[in-house]
Write a protein that binds this ligand. Structure first.
Ligand code: SF4
Length: 193
């Protein structure tokens, strides 16, 4: 039986991770849809509290977060301790905004950068992770989002390379930190043979 590589509590779907190359380019977001207008972003209480604190600063990039001089509630409560980010009539996240050149950007990300915070530790975790995804449950699996290849920023590598593409390592590092990313690279190397 093949042993599934693990880092911390996460099992690694190496087959999926090894195939992916991710090239973020906000100018292409409107070509074939945008991740910020595709998913329901679900957050727990801790993320809700963190993001709530950033709304006034995010509103400087996305003025729609304020109406009649008052901050709006951009969350929908789904369950007792579960919320989703509200969307506009086009299904676009209320925190997304259009930059002058048509790029779609995240107001939480922009506000965090402006104020010297790590944007990937500020915005929702699922957003920081994308196009990767983590399954739910006691033994989560780090893999690639099912529909990742419907977006122009994600491509399948032609050559079956046993090592991860640097762009994937970068996403892992942004979401989990340098040590975790190094451990993932090592686990991938170890599983080569
Ligand atoms: S929080 Fe930011 S990155 Fe996440 S969907 Fe909304 S605009 Fe996009």
């Amino acid at each position: 039986m093949t042993r599934i590589p693990k880092v911390g509590n996460y099992r690694l779907d190496l087959e999926a991770l090894r195939v992916l190359r991710h090239r973020y380019d906000a100018r292409r977001c409107s070509e074939r849809g945008c991740c910020c207008s595709t998913y329901e972003v679900v957050i727990g209480k801790r993320e809700l509290d963190r993001i709530t604190g950033w709304i006034p600063l995010a509103a400087q990039y996305q003025p729609g977060l304020i109406e009649d001089g008052a901050l709006q509630n951009p969350f929908d409560q789904l369950e007792r301790s579960l919320w989703s980010l509200d969307t506009d009539e086009d299904g676009t996240c209320r925190f997304a905004y259009r930059w002058a050149d048509g790029q779609t950007r995240c107001s939480i990300h922009s506000a965090a950068l402006e104020h010297g915070h790590d944007p990937f530790r500020t915005k929702p975790r699922s957003c920081a992770l994308w196009p990767l995804a983590v399954s739910e449950g006691r033994h989560p699996v780090l893999s690639v989002a099912d529909d990742a290849y419907t977006f122009p920023c994600n491509i399948r590598r032609r050559r079956r390379d046993p090592v991860l593409d640097p762009t994937v390592v970068e996403v892992v590092e942004q979401a989990f930190g340098k040590k975790f990313a190094a451990d993932v690279v090592e686990a991938c190397e170890a599983a080569k043979g």
